[in-house]
Write a protein that binds this ligand. Structure first.
Ligand code: GLC
Length: 421
């Protein structure tokens, strides 16, 4: 039924557009296989509609992407019609995004997971369409754990010990570039995601809670950061302080690391035909803070939005609808292990058989934690940069966990004028 409704909407819009072919600019990120997936989708839509799509890729770091989008949109530039945005940005970019309610079939909207749909709604407005859902996972070398007779770690402490032992053994066996654990430690949005996982899994909260209270300065959070700081230069390369997702993947995928924290996209690539670790790679839920703790996976993902300054809003909405359709999400799941935003697709036996990762990912989705983007609204980017700045200071040895979090708390209080966002 959804498929039928979607076809009707697409056909109507395609028919409407055919009178005058438009040229649209689509901005999509180019992490891993994304550039190819984006081009293929745009080509399919062009072939169906007769419109042309030019693709641009923003910088790889989420923080730099946001800065670029803010600049373009603040200038009301019509240069980009359709843009991939991060799940944490509707509150920040909202005033520049076309309201899609009334423009997209309501059956399609309500087919997305309710929590993901809620993330793109502001009152009655729909600011973007869910495209894929991300959550942090632990990649590991099952072949090396077997060889050295270790279990998949269930706590961060256990990960620290296993990583150190196998790193030492692998180096002794001749791979002197081998590291225990790679992750995203550069001072940017990706570090906010990693650090939130450590802290939330230690029971240290989510920086700002759902009521807007600043919770980040506490003993559990400080202990989590102090443990992470102990990894730098021991089980993680000193360069991890400048790693984004792709830097971590480069080390892990070339066979030089035992564990990696990353998003689902890395799974399809690590298992790809030219991956030297294709046979040995496996994925698990991230570790818990302690034996009684729970794991936490930061919720991320991509949305497709339409710029209010587009000169072709109807065609742009049709392209956004096509990109986020169940058919496209299915294709991206199979080709790139991108997790769909439609719960129905997880019940699709053929899809789950083709992408076993999706079955494993179900456990991770049960332990997601959201960044405080909704509650801090337009302040989120400042909140995140204060947070990752403090975390980076601890990781680089400039401050203790306690001291850095106390300073960050004071900054957040100033920013929020006492806690009212
Ligand atoms: C991924 C996530 C996104 C997050 C970013 C951080 O792209 O989908 O939500 O903000 O990584 O690097």
């Amino acid at each position: 039924m959804h498929r039928f409704a979607y076809c009707l909407v697409t056909a109507a819009l395609a028919g409407a557009g055919q009178a005058a072919a438009a040229t649209l600019t689509l901005s999509c990120t180019a992490l891993g296989a994304e550039a190819d997936l984006c081009r293929e989708a745009a080509d399919r839509w062009s072939a169906e509609t007769g419109h042309t799509v030019e693709i641009v890729h923003p910088p790889q770091s989420a923080s730099e992407q946001l800065a670029l989008y803010q600049q373009l949109l603040a200038a009301e530039s019509p240069d980009i019609d359709v843009l991939q945005i991060d799940v944490i940005w509707p509150g920040i970019l909202g005033p520049h995004l076309l309201d899609l309610s009334g423009r997209v079939d309501p059956d399609i909207l309500s087919a997305h997971a309710p929590a993901l749909l809620a993330g793109v709604q502001r009152g009655d407005a729909v600011l973007a369409l869910p495209w894929f859902v991300d959550a942090g996972v632990l990649y590991y070398r099952a072949d090396l754990l077997d060889q050295h007779v270790y279990d998949v770690p269930s706590t961060w402490q256990e990960l620290t010990e296993t990583a150190a032992a196998i790193q030492e053994a692998e180096r002794a066996a001749g791979n002197d570039r081998f590291w225990g654990f790679v992750w995203q430690g550069r001072a940017y949005e990706g570090l906010t995601c990693n650090a939130l996982e450590w802290i939330a899994s230690f029971g240290g909260g989510t920086v700002v809670d759902a009521d807007g209270s600043i919770t980040l300065a506490n003993d559990a959070a400080a202990a989590a950061l102090d443990l992470a700081a102990s990894w730098v230069g021991t089980i993680s390369p000193p360069g991890v302080l400048n790693y984004t997702e792709e830097d971590a993947r480069a080390v892990f995928q070339s066979g030089d690391a035992l564990f990696m924290r990353n998003w689902p996209y890395a799974f399809a690539l690590a298992q790809g035909p030219d991956s030297p670790i294709a046979e040995g790679v496996a994925v698990a839920v991230l570790p818990a803070g302690g034996p009684d703790g729970n794991p936490a996976a930061t919720l991320g993902g991509g949305l497709i939005a339409v710029s209010r300054y587009s000169r072709h809003p109807d065609e742009a909405v049709a392209l956004a609808t096509f990109l986020t359709s169940p058919e496209e999400q299915r294709r991206r799941a199979i080709a790139g292990s991108y997790a769909p935003t439609y719960p129905d697709l997880y019940g699709d036996a053929e899809l789950v058989a083709a992408v076993p990762f999706l079955g494993l990912f179900g456990d991770t989705l049960a332990s997601v934690v959201a960044r405080p983007a909704a509650v801090t609204g337009g302040y989120y980017n400042e909140v995140s940069s204060i947070f990752y700045g403090a975390v980076h200071a601890v990781l680089s040895g400039a401050q203790s966990g306690q001291a850095a979090l106390a300073d960050a708390r004071a900054e957040l209080i100033r920013l929020s004028r006492g806690g009212s966002w």
